[in-house]
Design a protein around this ligand. Structure first.
Ligand code: NDP
Length: 448
C-alpha cells in the first residue's frame, strides 16, 4: 500500500488538476490533508474506501443565473451558487455570501471548511455554502429585495428543512435573510426552518446574531485558561465591523478586554480609549455607512485608509473577523514584533498558511476558524431544533448552550491534537477531530 504521504500528495494533485484557478479551495484542502497523515497511517480503511478522494469532491454544485431589475429599470445579471458539499452527518448547512469577489472556488473553500466545522459542533449538520457576486453595498432596499427574490426563485428547488438549510454570511444579514425567506415561503407554501438567522418575529433564535462573535470569545477564554491567562486587561484589535466583528468586540469588552481598533474594507479606526460599540452599531447596523464616520462622533480617534494597516496596531489579542487571507506573512510578523500573544480567528481562513507558520514558530496561541468560529453555525442548529419543536428558548438558554458547545469544541480539539502527537496545535486538532466524525459516517454509509 502507498505511504500516507504519497496518498495525500496524490489526492492534492488531483484536486489541483480537477479544480484549476481555485486557489482558496486548494489552500483549504491542503491545510486539512497535511494534518491527516497520522490519521491515514492509523486507518488504512480510509484509503481503501477512497474517503479522501470523496471528501474533497462536493456532492453537488449548482450555478445559476440571477436576473433582476435595478431602480433605473435596467436589467442586471448576477451569478448564483450553492455547493452542497457533504451530507454524511446531516442536511447541508452553511451560509450565503453576497460579495463581488464570490466565485465557485471561494464557495467551495467555504463549503469544505464548513463540513469539518459543522462536524466539530457535535450537532447533526452536513456542510454546504452558497452566494452570489451581487454587491448589496450602495443598493436600495428594493433592489436588494428584487435580487433576493430572483435568487430564491431558482434556489428554492434545492433547499428545505431536512435537505439544505442556508444562513447569512458576508453581505447577507437580517434584511437579506428576510427577503429570501419570504420568497421561499411564497413559492413553496411551507413555513419551516429552511433558513437560519431569521428575524425573531418569524422563527429566528435569540442569540443567533451574537453567536459567532460571542462563541469566538468563549473559545478563546477557555484556551487562555489552559495557559493561566484571561481576557481581563488585554488589548484587542478586531478587523471588520460586520456581524462577527461587532459581537466579538461586545463579548471581549464584557470579559474585560480593551478593544482599540476595528475596520471595514476601506480602512480602520484606532481609539486608544476603547472603541464605543454603540457608535459602531449605529453606523454599521442602522445607517450602513463607512467606518470612517466614527471620527465624526469621537474626534479623538484616528482613521487610517487601507484595511491591512490594522495589524500594525499594537495589541495582545488579534481577532481577524473580516474575510479570508486578511493576515499575510508580513502582517503576522508585525503582530509578533508588537507583542501579540494570541490570535483568534473569527472570519473563515483569515490567516494565510505563511502567517500561521509565523504564529506557530513564535509560540503565539492560535485558534483556527474551523473551531473558534463554529458558534454561529452551532446556534443555527439550535434555531433548527427550536423550529422543529415549535418552541423558542430564552437568550440565556441559547447563550448557555453556545458557551457549553464552544468549551466542548476547545476541549475536544486540544485533546485530539495531543492524541495524535501535536499537543497545543489546534489547527491539526480541529482538522483531525472534524474529519474523523465525517469519515466515520461516510464509511458506515458505503460508497456514495
Ligand atoms: P458582514 O458582511 O457582516 O461583515 C463583513 C466585514 O468584513 C465588514 O466590515 C466588511 O467591510 C469586511 N470585509 C469584507 N470583505 C473584506 C475585504 N475583502 N477586505 C477587508 N474587509 C472586508 O460578514 P460577517 O461578519 O458575517 O462575516 C465575516 C467573516 O466571518 C467571514 O469570513 C464569514 O465567512 C465568517 N463567518 C461568519 C459567520 C456568521 O455567523 N455571520 C459564521 C462563521 C464565519 P465592508 O463593509 O467594507 O465590506
Amino acid at each position: 500500500m502507498k505511504a500516507a504521504e504519497q496518498v495525500i500528495g496524490d489526492v492534492m494533485e488531483q484536486v489541483r488538476k480537477r479544480n484549476p484557478n481555485e486557489p482558496e479551495f486548494h489552500q483549504a484542502v491542503l491545510e486539512v490533508l497535511e494534518s491527516l497523515e497520522p490519521v491515514i497511517e492509523r486507518h488504512p480503511e480510509f484509503v481503501e474506501t477512497g474517503i479522501l478522494e470523496r471528501i474533497v469532491e462536493p456532492e453537488r454544485q449548482l450555478i445559476f443565473r440571477v436576473p433582476w431589475i435595478d431602480d433605473n429599470g435596467r436589467v442586471q445579471v448576477n451569478r448564483g451558487f450553492r455547493v452542497q458539499f457533504n451530507s454524511a452527518i446531516g442536511p447541508y448547512k452553511g451560509g450565503l455570501r453576497f460579495h463581488p469577489s464570490v466565485n465557485l472556488g471561494i464557495i467551495k473553500f467555504l463549503g469544505f471548511e464548513q463540513t469539518l466545522k459543522n462536524s466539530l459542533t457535535g450537532l447533526p449538520i452536513g456542510g454546504g455554502k452558497g452566494g452570489s457576486d451581487f454587491d448589496p453595498k450602495g443598493k436600495s432596499d428594493f433592489e436588494v429585495m428584487r435580487f433576493c427574490q430572483s435568487f430564491m426563485t431558482e434556489l428554492y428547488r434545492y433547499v428545505g428543512a431536512d435537505v439544505d438549510v442556508p444562513a447569512g454570511d458576508i453581505g447577507v444579514g437580517a434584511r437579506e435573510v428576510g427577503y429570501l425567506y419570504g420568497q421561499y415561503k411564497r413559492l413553496t407554501t411551507l413555513y419551516h426552518g429552511v433558513f437560519t438567522g431569521k428575524g425573531l418575529s418569524y422563527g429566528g433564535s435569540l442569540g443567533r446574531t451574537q453567536a459567532t462573535g460571542y462563541g469566538l470569545l468563549y473559545f478563546l477564554e477557555e484556551m487562555l485558561k489552559d495557559y493561566d491567562q484571561s481576557l481581563k486587561g488585554k488589548t484587542a484589535v478586531i478587523s471588520g465591523s460586520g456581524n462577527v466583528a461587532i459581537y466579538a468586540a461586545e463579548k471581549a469588552q464584557q470579559l474585560g478586554a480593551l478593544v482599540v481598533a476595528m475596520s471595514d474594507s476601506n480602512g480602520y479606526i484606532y481609539d486608544p480609549d476603547g472603541i464605543k460599540l454603540d457608535t459602531i452599531k449605529q453606523i454599521k447596523e442602522v445607517e450602513r455607512k463607512r467606518i470612517k464616520v466614527y471620527r465624526e462622533h469621537h474626534p479623538s480617534a484616528q482613521y487610517h485608509e487601507g484595511s491591512k494597516g490594522i495589524w500594525t496596531v499594537k495589541c495582545d489579542l488579534a481577532l481577524p473577523c473580516a474575510t479570508q487571507n486578511e493576515i499575510d506573512e508580513e502582517s503576522a510578523r508585525i503582530l509578533v514584533a508588537n507583542g501579540v500573544t494570541a490570535v483568534g480567528e473569527g472570519a473563515n481562513m483569515p490567516s494565510t498558511p505563511e502567517a500561521i507558520k509565523v504564529f506557530q514558530n513564535n509560540k503565539i496561541l492560535f485558534t483556527p476558524a474551523k473551531a473558534s468560529n463554529a458558534g454561529g453555525v452551532a446556534t443555527s442548529a439550535l434555531e433548527m431544533t427550536q423550529n422543529s419543536m415549535r418552541l423558542a428558548w430564552t437568550f440565556e438558554e441559547v447563550d448557555a448552550k453556545l458557551k457549553d458547545i464552544m468549551v466542548r469544541i476547545y476541549r475536544q480539539t486540544s485533546k485530539v491534537a495531543k492524541e495524535y502527537g501535536f499537543e497545543g496545535d489546534l489547527v491539526k486538532g480541529a482538522n483531525i477531530a472534524g474529519f474523523l466524525k465525517v469519515a466515520d459516517a461516510m464509511m458506515a454509509q458505503g460508497i456514495v
